[in-house]
Ligand binder design. Structure first.
Ligand code: 3SK
Length: 508
């Protein structure tokens, strides 16, 4: 069990402790334009905390909006807000003015710190957020954060916060409605390091972390908090597409990589051009990892991709397995410190081998900021992330689909993404989306929307061929009884298929 002092400011455990232990000279952050030792970061953080308290009037519990890509200054402002007793509300760099205004108003934010390169949307957001009083930009010039820092002391005593004080409000992406603000405590920031990172990643001070997730997405916290918990270092990349990531791994000799399966797939195609020999741990999360990516990565690099599932509400990863316990194709087992089970629609645990809803609990969990959707996510002390899973006899959890993407047809639970994966193995299918569609005889049937590959005929004969193909690939009862050919699929800005739009279309 994790035990933390009742009074706790988590930044002292990530930063101040290394100074006190005489390790301030160790490299902490490797940025694209500057690198910082622990002592240098400590002094940046202290100066910014002084600016927040003395120049901007921050009081303990005040929320501060941060807007930046992944840079050393983003890390410094993040830690400074928390060290000063404030609450970080970090936003994705690509958000537009109205999207920035939502957390500003919802979290009643008075102060914002922002990279000057993102000033246009920040200024636009001001018009929609009357409570926002102070916006300080960094990026140089008079009145900039750097100028204010110059005038402040490099010493600052951490605010005397409680372990259960909120230090972060992470807003969800809002793909299923208005974004929700998930609140996390000081102790949660340590807990993700002392559970998942300690037992699964197993990193030490010699490790150098790298990754592509923005720090505003809690997945990205792994890149900075995990190494800082053990005195290691982090490569901080502002632009971290697969090419930049692979290049930086080689240049900086990174040892631990956190990114999504799509990035591993993209890097696979370019391995000859890059030196990834420094890597010893590769973590895959953010979307489900398919078996082919796992196998191909292993064959090409000799490294095991460590799959995992986490969430903004839970702060980080709660199902995963360490390298020596990985079961290819399974997400993993509950991270030590967490419990997980698969339940039916009444919340009753189902036997191994049965599809149901994942329920999880542990040291971190969902606490939404003023949102009635809290009672949908948390019931009887269990969190319901919205994924359907099967647990096997050995306690490994096998991902099926998002609960919304599970199709219950003729008494069978059928995973839409599994049928999609089968269809995509046919060379005549370019893209597809599979959902449940109402049917007068059968209640719900499996329906596939298919974008044919160039040269494939969108006709009844091809539809029949696809149905037969799926029956031969996976259990025949999963085959799509209806197939509609389309020229494109509805997608989110980040390229994910909007199955809810297909479901709506299928119900019309
Ligand atoms: O699995 C995810 O998408 C996730 C979300 C937040 C934090 C960590 C992870 C892996």
């Amino acid at each position: 069990e994790l035990r933390y002092p009742r009074r706790l400011n988590c930044v002292t455990h990530f930063l101040d402790r290394w100074i006190a232990e005489g390790r301030g000279h160790a490299l902490c952050l490797i940025g694209e334009h500057e690198s910082l030792t622990y002592r240098q970061l400590f002094e940046w953080v202290n100066r910014i905390a002084n600016v927040l308290v003395h120049r901007l009037g921050l009081k303990p519990g005040n929320r501060v909006l941060l807007r930046s890509g992944n840079t050393p200054m983003m890390v410094a402002t993040y830690l400074a807000v928390i060290k000063a007793g404030g609450i970080v509300v970090a936003t994705m760099p690509l958000l537009r003015a109205r999207e920035i205004a939502y957390p500003l108003n919802k979290a009643r934010i008075r102060i914002a710190l922002c990279d000057r390169r993102l000033s246009a949307e920040m200024e636009g957001a001001r018009a929609h957020a009357p409570g926002l009083e102070e916006v300080v930009y960094w990026g140089g010039g008079p009145g900039s954060l750097e100028a204010l820092m110059e005038a402040e002391s490099p010493a600052f005593t951490a605010a005397d916060t409680a372990a259960d004080d909120v230090c972060l409000i992470a807003f969800t992406s809002g793909t299923t409605g208005e974004p929700k603000g998930a609140m996390h405590f000081h102790r949660d920031m340590l807990a993700i390091c002392d559970t998942y990172a300690r037992h699964v990643v197993r990193a030490g001070p010699e490790d150098r972390f790298i990754g592509s997730a923005p720090f505003a997405f809690t997945f990205g916290l792994a890149i900075i908090l995990f190494p800082m918990r053990v005195g290691g270092s982090a490569v901080v990349l502002e632009k971290a597409g697969p090419e930049e990531l692979a290049q930086a791994i080689g240049r900086e000799r990174a040892t631990v990589c956190f990114t999504a399966p799509t990035a591993y797939r993209a890097m696979l195609g370019k391995l000859a051009a890059y030196d990834l020999s420094s890597l010893r741990r590769c973590i895959s999360a953010g979307e489900s990892l398919n078996r082919a990516t796992f196998d191909n990565w292993k064959a090409a690099t000799g490294l095991t991709l460590l799959d995992g599932i986490g969430g903004t509400e839970m702060l980080h990863i709660y199902l995963a397995s360490p390298e020596d316990e990985v079961r290819p194709g399974a997400t993993g087992r509950p991270v030590p410190g967490y419990e997980a089970r698969v339940v039916d629609e009444h919340g009753k645990e189902v036997p191994p081998g049965t599809v149901g809803r994942l329920a999880v609990r542990g040291p971190t969990g969902c606490r939404y900021l003023g949102d009635s959707r809290q009672t949908t996510y948390v019931k009887d002390g269990w969190n319901y992330p919205g994924d359907s899973y099967v647990m096997d006899e050995e306690g490994y959890f096998w991902y099926q689909a998002r609960c919304d993407d599970m199709i219950v047809s003729s008494g069978y639970n059928i995973s839409g993404p599994e049928v999609e994966a089968a269809l995509l193995r046919h060379p005549g299918v370019l893209e597809c989306g599979v959902v449940g569609a109402p049917d007068p005889d059968r209640g719900i049937i499996v329906k596939a929307y298919v974008v044919p590959a160039p040269g494939a005929a969108a006709d009844a004969a091809f539809a029949k061929a696809l149905q037969d193909f799926v029956k031969a690939e996976i259990a025949p009862y999963k085959y799509p009884r209806a197939i509609e050919f389309v020229t494109s699929l509805p997608k989110t800005a980040s390229g994910k298929i909007q199955r809810f739009a297909l479901r709506r279309h299928a119900a019309e």
